[in-house]
Ligand binder design. Structure first.
Ligand SMILES: [Zn+2]
Length: 562
């Protein structure tokens, strides 16, 4: 009886540790779980919403449902998750499977019907809870590389009943990880105009001294006033050499907890604020993401816990203090960074003085409109995080709008008034972004209302008008005009557009719409004859492709099948 009670208590202790169902969800592939990407790892515009599971550089691996449930959503998009499947489970969680090559036969038939009904490759449907039930361990799809995926892998998410993604590892899936997170840089930041770090009132990189695995020291700094810290840290796991994100960061000042960042769960509404979480300016110039261990104004992220004075610490004169950073991966491997601080007021070296006389102040909490010549730039309220002086200059149709170093919470708008603008190709004008000295125009998503051409963007930089007068190109890949192609499974064409890019396409055979899947990475449109839409012997194929300023091309060919 005593033994039983002990067993019972131990079981409760083990399961009591987790508020999430353990071992309810299975790993959706039948190969070992190796991650190309971890939950909440830092991407350029968002925190990663799931796990990127490696598929051994292959496509077509069987994808199993993580548990029983019903298909609650199917979305096919050219970008993003590509072909994606959502399964809702009886316990209220939803699992998501992205970048799929194709669905299982039953689901594939269902979605094809929707595509033919809507005459569109891109579709999104929400089947009812009775329509497409899935059983435990059912193969629901095959892994792929569709959408914005840089190589074959499965993107896998678990969302709670409020659509918030959670770390799937919380549910008991195992990844082999015995290595502690590593730190590649540590920085200190002044909070106020009077704070100093090593005599400077600006971001200062500290000298990092690696000790044993999981332990770093920083050369002693002198500081005064309110300061904060930032860290560049990643985690490697045992079975793959790639960098993943860390799971939890805590900071301590003289033994007292200062801040905790916990990457267990977030909402899609807040994921864009990664631009506030990392040092955006540093990221744009160094491609490395400093995680700021303090909370500035207009930062609504829910990842913070126990923030004392928003993570800033006050260093007083003639004091000796220690600031520590503790970084954990999901598997409780732990890394410590120790920063000794001597409190000492110092005169500020003025080498970083910024001349704001030529710049324009843009407010964070009220709208700002900048105008010169034919260009008007509109920042609505809460576009910037801080009131910021930015460089605004206009030369004819070229807009010099500072550099992409200031994070935006949302889009701002660049309006061109074309009523007096002389161009023989008025209709084919678009707003283009230019990078560095490389004078190639990049199309910026824009719309036209009368004489006003409006582009929306989150990036400061250089913009100008550009013209695209060349229609898209369309060429057959695996067939020729007037030939027999009876044995072919697929019909493939390449489509391309140089400047403004492809906006839409439409393919018909003998006047009937046919599904052609578009892969932007290979510029390929593919029709599968197994759709059984093409049944005639003589077939007139017609494909119309339109670019983003409305130039369009038509391709016609005849082929025969029996
Ligand atoms: Zn992913």
């Amino acid at each position: 009886m005593k033994q039983f009670l002990l067993f019972f208590l131990l079981t409760c202790a083990v399961y009591g540790q987790s508020e999430y169902p353990q071992d309810y969800f299975r790993h959706p592939l039948d190969i070992p779980l190796v991650l190309a990407g971890s939950f909440a790892e830092l991407r350029s515009t968002h925190f990663h919403g799931g796990l990127d599971i490696k598929t051994q550089q292959r496509e077509g691996l069987k994808v199993y449902t993580a548990a029983e449930g019903y298909v609650s959503r199917i979305k096919i998009s050219e970008f993003g998750y590509g072909k994606a499947l959502y399964i809702t489970h009886p316990n209220g969680y939803t699992t998501v499977y992205g970048h799929l090559q194709k669905f299982s036969k039953r689901l594939e038939d269902f979605i094809r019907e929707c595509q033919y009904e809507k005459e569109s490759f891109e579709v999104e449907v929400f089947p009812s809870s009775e329509e497409l039930l899935v059983e435990p361990n059912e193969v629901i799809a095959y892994s792929g590389n569709t959408g914005s995926s840089g190589g074959p892998h499965l993107h896998f998410e678990i969302r709670d009943n409020q659509e918030r993604p959670m770390n799937p590892l919380l549910f008991g899936m195992q990844v082999k990880d015995t290595k502690a997170p590593y730190v590649s840089a540590v920085f200190a930041y002044p909070k106020d105009a009077t704070s100093t770090i090593n005599g400077k009132n600006e971001r200062v990189e500290l000298r990092l001294i690696p000790k044993d695995e999981g332990a770093y020291e920083v050369e002693k700094i002198t500081a005064y006033g309110n300061i904060g810290f930032g860290v560049v840290s990643n985690d490697k796991q045992d079975l793959a050499p790639n960098n993943n994100g860390v799971s939890n960061i805590q900071t301590f000042f003289n033994g007292n907890k200062s801040l905790e960042v916990d990457f267990k769960r977030f909402s899609f509404d807040e994921t864009k604020h990664i631009r506030r979480y990392v040092d955006y300016d540093y990221y744009k110039s160094n491609k490395s993401k400093i995680q700021k261990l303090f909370i500035e104004q207009n930062n609504p992220l829910s990842l913070y816990k126990d923030a004392y004075d928003n993570g800033f610490v006050l260093v007083e004169d003639s004091t000796a203090s220690v600031y520590k950073i503790k970084i954990n991966d999901y598997h409780k491997n732990e890394t410590w960074v120790t920063i000794p601080i001597e409190g000492k007021p110092e005169a500020i070296e003025q080498d970083n003085f910024i001349d704001t006389s030529e710049k324009t102040l843009v407010y964070s909490n009220k709208p700002t409109t900048l105008n010169s010549g034919l260009i008007t730039v509109k920042f609505y309220e809460n576009t910037l995080y801080d009131d910021t002086y930015i460089d605004f200059r206009v030369n004819c149709d070229t807009l010099f709008l500072d550099e992409d170093r200031i994070p935006m919470q949302k889009n701002f708008y660049i309006n061109y008034d074309l009523s007096n603008y002389k161009s023989e190709h008025q209709e084919q004008l678009f707003v283009a972004r230019y990078y560095g000295n490389y004078w190639k125009p990049y199309y910026v998503s824009s719309s036209r209302k009368g004489d006003i051409l409006t582009a929306k963007t989150k990036s400061l930089g250089t913009y100008a008008l550009a013209t695209d007068t060349v229609p898209p190109t369309i060429r057959p890949v695996n067939f020729q005009d007037k030939k027999w192609i009876s044995k072919y499974r697929y019909l493939k064409v390449k489509i391309d557009d140089d400047l403004s890019g492809i906006s839409k396409y439409r393919a018909t055979v003998n006047g009937k719409w046919i599904l052609m899947e578009y892969d932007y990475k290979t510029n390929t449109l593919t029709h599968d004859f197994n759709d059984n839409i093409v049944k005639d012997t003589k077939n007139e194929l017609k494909i119309i492709v339109t670019d983003n300023v409305g130039n369009s091309s038509t391709f016609e060919a005849t082929f025969f099948r029996k």
